[in-house]
Design a protein around this ligand. Structure first.
Ligand code: TXA
Ligand code: MG
Length: 333
């Protein structure tokens, strides 16, 4: 059955994925955050194939996934104390550390930054694949550039119909990407809020430098933090409340994404309503899947109730602001 593009996370599926990766091919696999599109981090042609499949701009560097902190360390020129602390506390898990890159990491992975982002994923299938292939895997989220990240094998296939192989590990637990922290500077700097909450990070590192929200023109430090990103096909409109006058001008059919019980006027107005949990972790876990569902139903517009301006909602707010950014706005790099 070698023609199937989606394989199970069993011995046969992992064996096939591992052989493909060792031969310089690319393969999508689950992590606890979102699905990644992986390739041998040491093979420039494999890295080039990731960029081609994703239509990713060459200036946007990739996260390298390793089986453990030891292998991650071997890809860094320097490993500051704060990296030791963070790796000990949060790996395996949804945290990516940006460090100075060792010479043997190809420049294409770093996109000319001189640094490399490293992460030890916790998902048992990612761990099994990394162990089986014995390689560091460069793996961005397995979606076309700027579009929604995939939290299931089906999302990967839909977003990347040309993907050679997907290992199906079921839905991702966190549903939102890893937190990216630059540890080449003091204090460390938050480059992308993500699954690992800021408050948890602060418990370990104390002070951390944070850019403002993209909606407020906050400084953007991560090359991939183009303002528009994580966007569904539908136009996303962030609203502070579902006021009738605000909704009136929106293009139909319109959907709603909320974390509150909708009133009857909203239910009558909307073509489809997605109600997510009212806690940031539960909300994040289903956010991309809900946006995928709204796209499946052919919504032109999605009115999204803006979550609270609270630090715990930072990663969700970041993704929603980027999803709602104007497609014509130039990326901030
Ligand atoms: O959860 C995740 O992080 C997922 C899974 C697959 O691990 N991966 C992921 O990768 O979200 P990607 O490529 O979609 O996003 C990586 C982000 C981008 O914003 C990129 O610019 C930033 O990390 N990044 C990667 N390497 C970097 C570097 N050397 N310096 C600064 N930012 C970097
Ligand atoms: Mg991505």
């Amino acid at each position: 059955m070698d023609d199937l593009v989606v394989v199970g996370a069993d011995k046969a599926g992992l064996g096939r994925a591992s052989r493909l990766l060792r031969a310089g091919g690319v393969c999508a696999f689950p992590t606890e955050t979102v699905y990644g599109l992986g390739a041998n981090a040491f093979v420039p042609s494999a890295i080039a194939e990731i960029y081609r499949l994703k239509n990713r701009p060459v200036w946007n560097p990739l996260i390298v996934h390793t089986v453990d902190a030891g292998m991650a360390r071997s890809l860094a020129r320097a490993w500051p104390d704060v990296a030791v602390m963070l790796a000990e506390r949060f790996w395996p898990g949804p945290l990516s550390l940006v460090v100075e890159r060792a010479d043997r990491v190809p420049d294409a992975v770093s996109a000319g930054t001189g640094t490399v982002a490293l992460r030890v994923p916790a998902h048992p299938v990612a761990q099994a694949l990394l162990r089986e292939c014995g390689l560091p895997l460069a793996a961005p989220s397995a979606n076309r550039s700027e579009q929604l990240s995939p939290t299931s094998a089906e999302h990967v296939l839909r977003g990347l119909p040309d993907v050679p192989l997907v290992v199906d590990g079921g839905p991702c637990r966190w549903g939102i990407e890893s937190t990216v922290v630059d540890v080449t500077c003091t204090p460390p700097r938050l480059l992308r809020p993500g699954a690992l909450p800021l408050r948890t990070l602060k418990e370990v590192v104390g002070v951390i430098d944070c850019p403002g929200e993209p909606s407020q023109g906050g400084a953007v430090r991560s090359p991939g933090s183009a303002r528009r990103h994580y966007a569904p096909m539908a136009k996303v409109v962030l609203v502070d409340d579902f006021d009738a006058s605000r909704l009136r001008g929106l293009r139909q059919p319109s959907g709603v994404l909320t974390y509150q019980v909708p009133d009857s006027a909203l239910t009558d107005w909307a073509e489809h309503i997605e109600i997510l949990p009212d806690d940031p972790t539960g909300y994040a876990a289903d956010l991309y899947a809900a946006l995928h569902r709204l796209d499946d139903r052919g919504m032109s517009t999605v009115a999204v109730l803006a979550p609270p301006r609270h630090e715990d909602w930072m990663a969700v707010r970041d993704r929603l602001h980027r999803a709602s950014a104007n497609p014509t706005s130039a990326p901030v790099v």
